[in-house]
Design a protein around this ligand. Structure first.
Ligand code: CDP
Length: 577
């Protein structure tokens, strides 16, 4: 047993990394000295992270050495990855925080707005992303008493956040990402909806409209609804709900923004309503948070949770237990950028455990992504993850205490964490783990990946390569064809069942994307990051249909991407740039 021997000798087990994973690690993750030389191997990186996170165990009388070994093995075995800021910063002594997700409050005063710009800068330095609800800001043209002038409104102030983010670029590691949310009943809603329509503006923001149940009923009934000035609480105008709804779809059709956040559905699942209402999410929408709350995410690689063409439930159970332990420890050792964030995060102790490599699990089990069986498996995985993670959190509470805001929360038995599950996009950590992102279908069967500095790397799905060899239709001319189009569509030498199994994102009908998101959402405490891919020929009306379906299926939000509709996305660029 090589691993055992290596462990006994204290040598790191070198993880089986792909060329792309190594490239990403070398460029952004591995520690460097002052002259910029890389001073750790990937195994040493996982060791650094495992040790730093396991150290929290000491305070509870548990053995940090034991936890370190467990954490190290699941990371170097590419079975579990924490979100990028934990890999960047744990055990480096830089004092930089380890969470991917934050929400900061924006109150209606210059003092609050620019304090928040500063706090955002501190967060972005660590590689974290921040969400804001701008709905408290008085609308453009409203009165400003002190200067007898007129207010600029939320969209103007968003530019200040955008410019600051542009300048920070988190030390070259990754560009900061932000989420701007505006309630659908804010007087500036039309300007907000179109705020990203021009090319190259507000590029560091994803934007989402927070729609209410009341608004959705008005859309259904074809009624008008009221816009309310947040400063006075008075209704200032009425708009046709259907008009606003169609403008949202129209802009999303053009460029992907805005997305939609179903804010009442989010609050129906707020675990700590006694602490406050949730108004915003992190940049990719998967993590609703209270103001000043942060959350660290981690994802289990489902591709490595299979055995003999089935799910290895035992291994999955063990990995979930260790991952909850890991993520809970991060809360203790994390050096928070602000004392308010420290206090809020430790009072709720939210963690977000999710999955990646779901598309590969489906392939290994012989199930096409766009099928009823795939939805059933998705729901089953989500439920198992939820049950086991909650159980692990309850066990931790028994030994370490419940989260401080537990009294008054929605939970019936004490647990360590106000939430335990979140499905993240896993843009970069899935590259490190060498698997498909989150719960997305394959993006392509083979493609050229553009990496920083203009280099191109050839990437072929290893499962496809294996099947092609086993079934005897592998050839270099076949590969040429697959790389050229990315899909297996129309390629004669590939058998039909293989084509079905290796179906890619843009070949899957939009409804299946929404249904898969909903299948996971059903048993996920936080939210689910999922892109609903649409063909280039989709219409704005199709997008309205997708939004309505997502609402009916109780999703917490929805984002669409129409093929070819935008050059560059803030997030989900292959390398999380
Ligand atoms: O794979 P990785 O851990 O790098 O991140 P992800 O799962 O793609 O994204 C998770 C969250 O990290 C996002 O929702 C953002 O809150 C944050 N993020 C960010 O702030 N900036 C990025 N460039 C990428 C992610």
């Amino acid at each position: 047993e090589v691993r055992g021997i290596q462990r006994a000798l204290g040598i790191g087990v070198e993880p089986k990394l792909t060329v792309n994973a190594l490239e990403v690690l070398r460029r952004r993750y591995l520690l460097r000295d002052e002259s910029g030389e890389i001073i750790e191997t990937p195994a040493q990186m996982f060791r650094r992270v495992a040790r730093a996170i396991a150290a929290a165990d000491g305070a509870y009388g548990d053995d940090p050495k034991k936890a370190e070994e467990e954490f190290y093995l699941m990371m170097s075995g590419l079975e579990f990855m924490p979100n990028s800021p934990t890999l960047f910063n744990a055990g480096t002594g830089t004092g930089l925080a380890m969470s991917a997700c934050y929400v900061l409050p924006v109150e209606d005063s210059l003092e609050s707005i620019f304090t928040t710009v500063k706090n955002m800068a501190l967060i972005e330095q660590s590689g974290g992303g921040v969400g804001f609800d701008f709905s408290r800001l008085r609308p453009a043209g409203d009165m400003v008493r002190s200067t007898k002038g007129v207010a600029s409104g939320p969209v103007s102030f968003m530019r200040a956040f955008d410019t600051a983010t542009e300048i920070i670029k988190s030390g070259g590691k990754r560009r900061g990402a932000m989420m701007a949310i505006l309630r659908v009943d804010h007087p500036d809603i039309m300007e907000f909806i179109a705020s990203k329509a021009k090319h190259g503006v507000l590029t560091n923001f994803n934007i989402s409209v927070a729609v209410t149940d009341e608004f959705m009923r008005a859309v259904e009934d074809g009624r008008d609804y009221e816009l309310v000035n947040p400063r006075t609480g008075k209704s200032v105008k009425r708009l046709s709900a259907r008009h606003v709804w169609s403008q949202m779809a129209e802009n999303a059709w053009k460029g992907g923004d805005p997305g939609v956040v179903f804010i009442d559905e989010i609050n129906r699942h707020n675990p700590t309503p006694h602490v406050g209402r949730i108004e915003a999410t992190n940049p990719c929408g998967e993590q609703p948070l209270l103001p000043y709350e942060s959350c660290n995410l981690g994802s289990i690689n489902l591709s490595r949770m299979c055995k003999n063409g089935d799910v290895d439930w035992e291994k999955l159970r063990r990995t979930i237990g260790a991952a909850v332990h890991f993520l809970d420890n991060v809360i203790d050792v994390n050096p928070y950028p602000l004392k308010e964030i420290d206090a809020m995060t430790k009072a709720n102790r939210k963690i977000g455990l999710g999955v990646m490599g779901f598309a590969e699990m489906l392939i290994k089990l012989g199930i096409p992504y766009d099928s009823k069986d795939a939805l059933a498996l998705g729901e089953r995985i989500a439920r198992f993850l939820e049950d086991e993670a909650a159980r692990a959190s309850e066990e931790l509470a028994g030994r370490r205490g419940a989260f401080p805001n537990y009294q008054g929360s929605i939970w019936k038995s004490p647990r360590r964490n106000a939430t335990v599950t979140t499905i993240a996009p896993t843009g970069t950590i899935s590259i490190i783990a060498g698997c498909s992102s989150g719960i997305e279908p394959l993006f392509a069967v083979a493609f050229m990946r553009h990496v920083l500095g203009g280099e191109r790397l050839f990437e072929i799905n290893p499962l496809f390569e294996r099947v092609a060899k086993e079934r005897g239709f592998y050839s270099s001319s076949l590969l040429d064809k697959v790389v050229r189009q990315g899909t297996l569509d129309g390629i004669k030498e590939v058998p039909e069942d293989v084509k079905r199994l290796f179906v890619t994102a843009h070949e899957i009908a939009p409804e299946w994307h929404v249904r898969m998101q909903a299948a996971f959402q059903k048993y996920t405490e936080n939210a689910v990051s999922k892109t609903v891919n649409l063909p280039r020929s989709a219409t704005p009306a199709d997008i309205e249909g997708i939004y309505s379906l997502a609402y009916r299926l109780k999703c917490k939000g929805v984002t669409v991407y129409r093929y070819g509709s935008k050059g560059e996305q803030v997030l989900n660029l292959g390398l999380g740039e």
